[in-house]
Design a protein around this ligand. Structure first.
Ligand code: ADP
Length: 618
């Protein structure tokens, strides 16, 4: 039966059952909806039977009071149905909206919880689509699919039963149109699924393309690639257009086809039923009831056919959502992890080797075998043909308060090394210790709470300076924020801004300079008051005055803290207690700037070719 085109990885029934469980917190409302659904469906079924009685008893037997009585009953039933439907529909939507908000929330919490490696391997557009489009499909499913499937089935069976009771011969004759109806529906189902899926995929590509172009607008315009982007967007939009038209074409065959078949049914009832009435074998009331039921007959069939689609769609969307929700971060607190007490800042690498691994599950990939899911810690299973190590056997001891400058060519492994410190990735062998505590044995929160990051791009959010600073410590008072800003010297320029600390960092007009943004980033880190600072130094050169300001701020920030600096400025390197020269993931030289210069080795070469240039701009 399940010849569905979308290749589902999970058993559909299981997926749908799990999706329905999102409505579980609202089960009392669900129960109310189900009861109302029975009432409204039953009212719909009873109404034509009342018309039949009104005609047969009222007109047939010339009984005026019966005519009025049944008419009033008919009206009453319809009013009950209308009121019931109103309450039922509102509650269905209410349940769907609430359930889907829970799903969105759940997805977002999951994203926050997943390791950075997950984001290396999944596009932002895809991750967003789970929360937007897929959640919408799911909402449709929860809101409409189940209740309508039950009510349509109930109505359909009710009508068939009533028609058979009223006149089984005419009923059987009427049912002869069913094969055509079911055949057309079946055809529709087979093809529409496929085409609507193509539409959804095309929409996904359009939004991913759009997102990419918008995010990279600076590059697009700088390289004058507007025309190329336009072409690309037109291409994906055209694919979407064609997919949508092809799906609509199918719909334009199905809908009128079903209507035509239902009109054939009306013709049959009118023709044969009419003859039976003339022959006195059937009452006129029954004929009218047949016509009324016939009108209702095809709605549930059409509805059921559409629902099949919705089930498919929900299963596919739900599966993508469940894939996210079921992803376990490979790096998590080890069972029994302790809080890392406030550390002094001694950091030790002991024979650390590391290589990046393929994700266990990207959104679009098939799920991994259970055995491949790594625990929180420990050796990973041998992955594909020994992936190349990015860091080899790194051993390094840093005393509290020392600054370590990491230097080396691009791709040498500097960023990777500092990422390991925050356990954003986990070393396959070796140990990293903070004040003697193995970082895999302490809680991730207590570990990261003692570190602050100053990324190269400053990593500011599009909000006010104050809110950006407070990100460093959420409970900081305005006074504490200002004190930190004074310490780094950021206060000097902030005080000159018209809106001061309430200036939006993205605001036009008062756009902040690179140096100013960096001072804010420093201040944010200072406010966090961490034992360890990770600083990815900006490569962009700034004017001499700013450079001096930055150096002073940096001095305040690093004072008394252990710091790992991915160093690009000679001034930083000169001041560092240790300079570590990395090459292809190995430490090839270490010592102070003077020692390394005197050694005339790799560092000396690097200094001659790159760093001196840095000096010139510093
Ligand atoms: P550096 O900071 O010294 O420029 P990186 O630590 O960024 O060097 O990179 C070291 C190596 O690891 C490079 O070969 C790079 O391509 C690779 N690498 C960096 N980040 C990732 C990642 N997220 N996934 C896979 N490989 C990566």
């Amino acid at each position: 039966m399940d010849d569905a085109k979308p290749k589902l990885e999970r058993p559909m029934l299981e997926t749908l059952t799990r999706l329905l469980s999102f409505a579980r917190p609202y089960r009392r409302r669900v129960l109310l909806v189900l009861v109302l659904m029975l009432v409204t469906s039953a009212s719909a079924l009873v109404a034509p039977a009342l018309v039949r009685q009104a005609i047969n008893r009222g007109l047939g037997e010339q009984d005026e009071s019966a005519l009025i009585g049944f008419s009033v009953a008919f009206l009453a039933v319809l009013i009950i149905q209308a009121i019931g439907l109103r309450v039922q529909l509102y509650n269905m939507v209410w349940i769907g909206q609430h359930a889907i908000m829970d799903v969105r929330q759940g997805l977002f919490y999951k994203y926050l919880d997943l390791n950075l490696s997950y984001f290396d391997h999944n596009r932002v557009g895809d991750l967003m689509a789970r929360v937007t489009e897929d959640s919408n499909s799911l909402q449709n499913f929860i809101t409409w699919a189940v209740v309508n499937t039950i009510s349509s089935s109930f109505t359909l069976i009710g009508i068939i039963a009533l028609l058979l009771v009223f006149d089984w011969q005419l009923a059987l004759l009427t049912f002869t149109i069913l094969p055509a109806m079911i055949g057309l529906t079946f055809w529709w189902r087979r093809n529409a699924n496929q085409r609507y899926r193509a539409v959804r995929e095309a929409v996904g590509v359009v939004s991913a393309t759009l997102q990419e172009s918008l995010a990279g607008m600076r590059i697009v315009q700088a390289f004058v690639r507007e025309y190329r982007e336009e072409q690309r967007f037109r291409e994906v939009s055209t694919t979407e257009l064609n997919a949508a038209l092809s799906a609509d074409k199918l719909a334009s065959i199905f809908m009128p086809g079903i209507d035509l078949i239902s009109q054939v049914g009306v013709a049959i009832v009118l023709g044969f039923g009419g003859v039976r009435v003339l022959d006195g074998e059937m009452s006129a009331g029954t004929l009218v009831a047949f016509l009324l039921y016939l009108n209702m007959f095809f709605d549930p069939i059409r509805d059921l056919a559409m629902r099949l689609d919705q089930f498919q769609e929900a299963a596919a969307a739900g599966e993508r959502i469940l894939n996210v929700l079921d992803t376990q971060p490979d790096i998590a607190d080890t069972p029994g992890a302790r809080e890392l007490p406030r550390i002094k800042g001694r950091v030790e690498f002991r024979g650390v080797s590391f290589h990046y691994t393929k994700p266990e599950r990207a959104l679009t990939d098939a799920p991994p075998p259970v055995s491949a899911v790594r625990g929180g810690n420990g050796a990973s299973p041998p992955t594909e043909a020994e992936e190349a190590n990015v860091l080899h056997d790194i051993s390094l001891t840093v005393s509290p308060g020392q600054t370590v400058a990491l230097v080396g060519h691009t791709g040498a492994g500097k960023s990777t090394l500092v990422r390991l410190l925050g356990r954003f990735y986990e070393a396959q062998s070796g140990q990293i210790l903070f004040d003697g505590h193995d970082i895999t044995q302490v809680t991730m929160k207590s570990l990261r709470d003692q570190m602050a990051w100053v990324p190269q791009d400053t990593g500011l959010f599009a909000t006010t300076i104050k809110e950006n600073l407070r990100y460093g410590r959420l409970d900081a008072t305005d006074e504490e924020i200002e004190a930190a800003a004074r310490a780094t010297g950021a206060h000097d320029f902030i005080a000159l801004l018209a809106k001061g600390y309430d200036t939006d960092v993205e605001e036009g007009g008062s756009r902040l300079s690179t140096g100013q943004r960096q001072l804010i980033s420093f201040t944010r880190a200072l406010l966090a008051d961490p034992a360890i600072i990770i600083l990815d130094e900006a490569t962009s050169s700034v004017d001499t005055v700013t450079e001096l300001q930055m150096q002073a701020a940096l001095g305040r920030l690093l004072e008394g803290r252990t710091a790992f600096v991915i160093a690009h400025r000679l001034s930083t390197i000169v001041r560092a207690d240790q300079v570590i020269v990395l090459d292809h993931g190995r430490i090839i030289e270490r010592g102070t700037h003077e020692e390394l210069l005197a050694a005339r080795g790799h560092y000396y070469d690097l200094y001659m070719t790159q760093l001196q240039g840095g000096l010139a701009t510093a």
